[in-house]
Design a protein around this ligand. Sequence first.
Ligand SMILES: NC(=O)C1=CN([C@@H]2O[C@H](COP(=O)(O)OP(=O)(O)OC[C@H]3O[C@@H](n4cnc5c(N)ncnc54)[C@H](O)[C@@H]3O)[C@@H](O)[C@H]2O)C=CC1
Ligand SMILES: O=C(CO)COP(=O)(O)O
Length: 338
Amino acid sequence: MQIGLIGAGSWGTALATVLANNGHEVTIWTRRQQQAEEITSQHTNRRYLPGIELPSTITATTNLQQAIEGKAMILFVIPSHSIRETARQATPFLSERMLLVHAVKGIELETHKRMSEIIKEEIPSALHNRLVVLSGPSHAEEVSRQSPTTVVVAADQIETAEEAQDIFMSPYFRVYTNPDVVGLELGGALKNIIALGAGLSDGLGFGDNAKAALMTRGLAEISRLGVRLGADPLTFSGLAGVGDLIVTCTSQHSRNWRAGNLLGKGNSLQQVLDEMGMVVEGVKTTQAAYELATSLGVEMPITRELYNVLFADKCPRNAVEDLMGRLKKHEMEDLAQN
Ligand SMILES: NC(=O)C1=CN([C@@H]2O[C@H](COP(=O)(O)OP(=O)(O)OC[C@H]3O[C@@H](n4cnc5c(N)ncnc54)[C@H](O)[C@@H]3O)[C@@H](O)[C@H]2O)C=CC1
Ligand SMILES: O=C(CO)COP(=O)(O)O
């Protein structure tokens, strides 16, 4: 199968290796000519996946039309803030036969919309039921080394998700289907907030107890907002919920954890973002989720405190004190509200 892949960052390139190893021909679109030449001729993408040799069936182009036209599947893997603009630019080259997949984890800051909502606003309506979301615990660095990984795909019609399952599934890349598009997208986006918090906690020198608390109570508030927005609560017990939360809060590969860690060690947000050089989705998602939760009256105390640390200059230790000092609660009553 011929596949067009929009985005030559770490996750796009890692997914390209999965698809190429499954026998597909992948054309990656990138904005940078030098990177396109490196991928096509040297079979590397050193800035984003150092030390990985790419299959020779992966090529790259800066021509969006060339990356899309005539392909059976188009895969979007770019930062969430650029999905609307990129989907709009891609639209003239899409055709009704194509399968569209996105693997982007974020919420649009200006509208608080999920990625599939945005893509649907930009593409022709005939393609709406061809759109699939791919999410789950999957760091690019490990996938590109063929380390066993499990992900989930969801679509409005389960048959569409099953098409994507067949294309991606491999001996080291196991793909589940799930009908819950809303839950998959929110699980993937909101866990990045908690991973920033986990990194911050580690950076402040707190221990595993604090991180376990953040992850568990983080999952409670992810579910609370998710269910309020129409997700199935069970999805958050799955790979795209607790699975992705675990890997992002504990892995050395997580950019969100690393960014939080640098913040906890006293760096400013701008210093951290300059140092990362890759997208840290959790920063914008913290703002979007905070605004969304506030407008809907959904309680998200960890998200609120992170918002205050990131955007209102609150000292992280005061944020922790305020989290710990909240009113007493019954755990079961609290969880039953979700
Ligand atoms: N890296 C990972 O392990 C995983 C990442 N993701 C998600 O995949 C998405 C992409 O992340 P990564 O590939 O890791 O990011 P990255 O920072 O490694 O690469 C982003 C790529 O998008 C390009 N880009 C940036 N702004 C753009 C714009 N305005 N228009 C077009 N292209 C633009 C960059 O040049 C770069 O090629 C994010 O939503 C992330 O949360 C999901 C699962 C795993
Ligand atoms: O979503 C991811 C792993 O599943 C990647 O997380 P980071 O963006 O924090 O690296």
